[in-house]
Design a protein around this ligand. Structure first.
Ligand code: PSU
Ligand code: MN
Length: 302
């Protein structure tokens, strides 16, 4: 896979400085413009301020970029109905057709691993969808986590998913799921989900030591570090649940499914809450970028 590195990322790779990968589907499909552009920039700045180099990953006109210039960030953030949402399997098609795409957690992990990047920050991963028995909709993020040695720092999986089934699938796939300062799986907009985790760390150094041990045994799968949203930013669980239920009904009525399901529901929730989910969503992404950078710094020390 031929990768196009930004000068900043190239330099960090050469010097073995800590790097944090950032995904771009949340830019192309996850947030409305211009919030998508501001969160992309803020995540990059948060990584830099915490001592690491940000590597936002995207496909631009068929080329896989690892690290974007500000002009390139703006290019993918500007509303454009042709941009793809690329998971791992979409990359060859996107490249051959010289298309532009935001990369999902799965595709970003695959590319980060090729680039030699260990840490990756995002908002929430994809997982097992509600209604899976009828739709078989299970995000390829889980597949990638099962086979790609990158640590993903997130705030759990979006509550629009089936969280208990997502946790079960992660266990089956052998993916360590580690709470950061919590014993529970965070539920994205809310601090808690009621679902207990087996593992917890409380400092970046502790998280880095788990990554070291994971590498030492030659593990070839991913690790999830789950960092809950700041309690003061969380949204009422009942209200979010109401909007999710309504969004799922709307998706069904409009025949929206497959890869369009997640972007549809994200848009639905933003509009149903008059945009009140945008700030908490941005805050948790920034916090995850900071934590991933701190873990990358610790990891590079040892
Ligand atoms: N969660 C968010 N915002 C997002 C996504 C997840 O809060 O934009 C994106 C991520 O890129 C994730 C993808 O990898 O949705 C999962 O999509 P799917 O369920 O189609 O695999
Ligand atoms: Mn899906």
């Amino acid at each position: 896979m031929k990768l196009k590195f930004s000068a900043e990322v190239q330099k960090a790779l050469e010097n073995q400085w800590p790097i944090v990968a950032l995904e771009s589907t949340l830019v192309t499909h996850g947030f409305p413009f211009p919030d998508n552009l501001s969160i992309a920039r803020e995540s990059e700045d948060a990584v830099r301020a915490s001592g690491a180099t940000p590597a936002t990953i995207a496909v631009i006109n068929g080329a896989i970029h690892v690290g974007l210039s500000d002009a390139e960030l703006e290019f993918i953030a500007k509303p454009h109905h042709d941009y793809m949402k690329a998971t791992t399997r979409d990359l060859p098609v996107c490249m051959a057709r010289k298309q532009t795409a935001g990369t999902t957690v799965a595709a970003t992990m695959a590319i980060a691993a090729k680039a030699g990047i260990k840490l990756f920050a995002t908002g929430g991963i994809g997982g097992v969808h509600r209604g899976v028995a009828d739709t078989w909709d299970i995000s390829a993020d889980l597949t990638e986590l099962s086979r790609t040695p990158v640590c993903v720092v997130c705030s759990g999986a979006k509550s629009l998913l089936d969280l208990p089934k997502t946790l079960e699938a992660l266990e089956t796939l052998g993916v360590p799921v580690i709470g950061y300062g919590t014993n529970e799986l965070p539920a994205f907009y809310t601090h808690t989900s009621g679902l207990k985790l087996d593992a917890r760390v409380d400092t970046p150094a502790e998280a880095a030591s788990v990554l070291k041990a994971h590498a030492a045994i030659g593990a070839q799968n991913g690790i999830l570090v789950c960092n809950p949203i700041d309690a003061s930013m969380g949204l009422p669980k009942d209200e979010i649940e109401r909007h999710i239920e309504a969004g799922l009904k709307a998706a069904e009525l409009q025949g929206v499914g497959g890869k369009a399901a997640t972007p549809f529901l994200l848009k639905y929730i933003v509009s149903a809450t008059q945009g009140r989910t945008v700030e908490p969503n941005k805050a948790l992404i920034r916090a995850n970028a900071v934590l991933a950078a701190k873990v990358a710094v610790e990891y590079a020390k040892t």
